[in-house]
Design a protein around this ligand. Structure first.
Ligand code: SF4
Length: 772
């Protein structure tokens, strides 16, 4: 099938930005039409049919977008609008022509928007920016690996390099990548988890002993109550709405807690049901609590306090005392701590009434089986770890972990972000994992902890990291404090990006830079031993295979596994004890090593060939076995914290639009929030606007205020009057990332606090229009 050329795309100006009323329901027939139109425009009919009919099917292609699980009983259509866009974005037929980089300087690319960069097509050959040059130029693969090897060998210490992983990377590529990085001699393995669910991993490991969800897909229909906190499934995990709808039809009640009245939390029109096509669809939230940003911890403590009070009033009828006695520790201290909880402070932190909190408590009390889901709305706060510990406290009070229809369910954002961690992508490896690697490969690996994402930026800024390598992702745009991050990148000697398409990180380079193009997940991966498949892990610990079926965008592309293993040979030599060449030739040989070194992956090659894959073991979920220090689930005491904000300021959260996945911008619309043809908007409650002296349609600059006194600015945003919680504002990332201070991080997890920025609006100082 010949590649086609799309006519040149104009860059985004926001000049035609339109603001409409927000929607009160998600998906439905319009969602299907948007998905199919998008797929047809990017891939054409034939490729759309080939890819979409296999998307998320058994033995098909795993969606490269979010980590929402697949049901074991699959329908003919198992994808959402976002999944179709993600596939179309990767599988489009346009490619970046060789003359592109000669025509466009790196400075010019840096001034382009993510949208424009992504629409230039697939990258098909390695390109190199020599020192002093302002253009990339073609380079052969061997020469490219030679450049990296030269730089890595010239370092005084392996810790002067850092190696990032995006959540798209397969288990096989992640395993060989961490093996190479550790064989090279460092644990500098930052990943996108550092920016999203790190707070979850820390909190769950401390309380239940394992940093992963304790539920299965099937648990959703068995739950009496599902609580959705700080998560917007309609835009970020759309097929979760199908699971919620099924649960609702079976009588499950749903509480949604969010500062924004997101359409997907209110009503779902399932296009696969008549009621979703011609009817009103299914209401999702039975109780919607419009919480002030960061007030979740106060809400959870207040609900737990009410449960304990109810049990005091009718002893033994509310709390699961047998479970508490047998499986938990810390209850008495927790109870004593909640005695001192100030209801006045709870009201100030949450913005909710006593009646609303009481209704949450009553619904929780009435439910035998409860699932609590959460995402970035909880994890990107200073006190995120403590907040998630409070979710566990609440669940433990009534034994809601380790029984059907109940549990903790962090919803991961990128398709294999969880699997990459399982495979050892982590800057703080456990000693047992390093022991296993050393025993398997017979060489020593570093044990000293490495740098996470934000720490890597600091080290680049300070000249302590000189080489940056990324397998996937768009690091420079994704990380907070854009100006500081870009300055840090420009101080390095070499930046290397393994990518399928252009993004902003390719335009923010070190002295030298490489872009190494790779196969997409939709493409056939053929190696010396034949066609390969890869594997991934979803948000509920199921590991399954993914197999591409399209011809690669170019014969010159290498898979991520091939890139990593060839790089390892270039850096470490062909005589290395780790058989890199064998790994490249046959991915089964990687899985054999995974089976022997990663807990729960025994017999990997056989089990991954089951049509549903296999589920990794989870002590608390499977047998109420708690791999914590005490051997029990830990009920914890957490000092109440919530983000304070002066009365003439707003609290800002950054979020995605509906036409966006992480930093990838598929289009310029955010249908559910009523935004079309633009992205530089800031959503503010109308009463706040009036109090601050601004009006809908004003053009403002966003200034953040933080303890270091630096005036961080994101310019030229249109004010949109929106029914968000009082005192809270929202703007899209990455456009709003410049106002998130680099050192403003969640306690103990280090996650950037992108949901709690003190914001000052000022009239735009430039009338020249928005930056790209
Ligand atoms: S819900 Fe997530 S994984 Fe499923 S098709 Fe949509 S974007 Fe892909």
């Amino acid at each position: 099938m010949p590649r086609r050329r799309r006519p040149p795309v104009d860059d985004v100006t926001d000049a035609d930005l339109e603001v409409h009323a927000p929607k009160s329901w998600a998906a439905g027939v319009p969602g299907v039409i948007r998905a199919l139109r998008h797929a047809d425009r990017e891939m054409g009919v034939w490729r759309s049919l080939r890819t979409l009919r296999e998307l998320n099917q058994k033995d098909g292609v795993d969606c490269m977008s979010c980590a929402w699980p697949d049901p074991t009983d699959r329908k003919a259509v198992e994808f959402c609008e976002n999944g179709a866009k993600a596939v179309a974005w990767e599988a489009e037929r346009l490619t970046v022509a060789r003359e592109f980089f000669a025509t466009h300087s790196i400075d010019e690319l840096a001034a382009r928007s993510e949208y424009w960069l992504g629409r230039q097509g697939r990258l098909v050959e390695p390109v190199y920016k020599p020192a002093g040059a302002d253009h990339y130029e073609p380079i052969g693969w061997d020469a490219a690996f030679g450049v990296i090897a030269r730089h890595l060998r010239a370092l005084d210490s392996p810790d002067e390099a850092t190696f990032y992983t995006s959540g798209r990377t397969s288990n096989e590529a992640a395993y060989v990548y961490q093996l190479f990085v550790r064989a090279f001699g460092t644990n500098n393995l930052p990943d996108c988890s550092n920016m999203c669910h790190e707070s979850t991993s820390v909190a769950l490991a401390e309380t239940i002993g394992i940093g992963k969800a304790s539920v299965s897909y099937e648990d959703f229909t068995k739950a009496d109550l599902i609580v959705i906190m700080g998560q917007n499934p309609g835009t970020n995990h759309p097929r979760m709405l199908t699971a919620l709808e099924e649960a609702k039809r079976g009588g499950t009640s749903v509480i949604a807690v969010n500062p924004m009245p997101e359409a997907g939390l209110l009503r779902f029109k399932n296009p696969q049901r008549p009621s979703g096509v011609i009817g009103r669809g299914t209401p999702i939230a039975d109780l919607f609590l419009q919480l002030r940003l960061g007030g979740d911890m106060a809400l959870l403590q207040a609900v737990s306090k009410r449960l304990i009070a109810a049990d005091d009033a009718a002893p033994g009828t509310v709390l699961d005392r047998a479970f508490l006695a047998e499986h938990t520790t810390g209850y008495d201290a927790f109870r004593a701590h909640l005695d001192g909880l100030s209801e006045q402070e709870v009201r100030a932190a949450t913005g909710l009434t006593d009646e609303q909190i009481e209704e949450f408590a009553q619904r929780y009390l009435a439910a035998d089986r409860v699932i609590v889901c959460w995402a970035m709305g909880l994890t990107q706060h200073k006190h995120a770890v403590a907040t998630i510990r409070e979710i566990i406290n609440l669940l433990l009070l009534r034994g809601n972990i380790g029984k059907p229809g109940a549990g903790a369910c962090p919803i991961r954002g990128h398709s294999n972000v969880q699997g990459d961690r399982t495979m050892g992508i982590w800057e703080r490896p456990r000693p047992a994992f390093i022991d296993a690697l050393e025993q398997e490969f017979g060489i020593a690996f570093p044990r000293e902890h490495g740098a996470d994402t934000v720490e890597s930026v600091r080290r680049m800024r300070d000249g302590r990291v000189k080489v940056f390598v990324a397998v996937g992702g768009n690091f420079a745009a994704a990380v907070s404090d854009t100006v500081a991050t870009e300055q840090a990148f420009r101080r390095t000697r070499l930046t290397v990006q393994v990518s399928t398409k252009l993004n902003h990180s390719h335009a923010v380079t070190g002295e030298e830079a490489l872009i190494l193009p790779t196969l997409g997940r939709t493409e056939v991966d053929r190696q010396a031993s034949g066609e390969q498949f890869v594997s991934v892990e979803d948000t509920v610990c199921r590991v399954h295979a993914s197999r591409g079926n399209l011809a690669p965008a170019s014969a010159d592309l290498l898979s991520e596994v091939a890139i990593v293993t060839r790089l390892a040979r270039a850096v470490l030599g062909d005589e290395h004890p780790i058989p890199w060449g064998q790994f490249e030739a046959d991915y089964d040989t990687i899985r054999d090593r995974i089976a022997r070194t990663v807990g729960g992956c025994e017999d990997y090659n056989a089990r991954i060939r089951n049509e549903d894959g296999f589920v990794l073991p989870h002590g608390p979920r499977d047998e109420r076995r708690w791999p914590t220090a005490s051997g029990k689930a830990e009920i914890t005491v957490n000092t109440l914290d919530w983000p304070r904000c002066p009365p003439d300021r707003l609290l800002l959260q950054t979020l995605r639009s509906h036409d966006q996945f992480n930093t990838t911008i598929y289009g310029l619309n955010d249908h559910y929030r009523g935004i079309r043809k633009g992205r530089r908007v800031v959503f503010v409650n109308p009463e706040d606007l009036a109090a601050l002296g601004f009006a809908d349609g004003d053009i403002v600059d966003l200034h953040s205020e933080w303890r270091d006194g630096v005036d961080r600015v994101a310019e030229h945003f249109r004010v949109v009057s929106f029914p968000t919680a009082r005192g809270c504002a929202a703007a899209y990332f990455p456009e709003a990332n410049p106002v998130v201070p680099l050192d403003s991080q969640a306690e103990r997890s280090g996650t950037p606090t992108s949901k709690a920025i003190v914001l000052r609006l000022e009239p735009a100082r430039s009338h020249a229009g928005p930056p790209a």
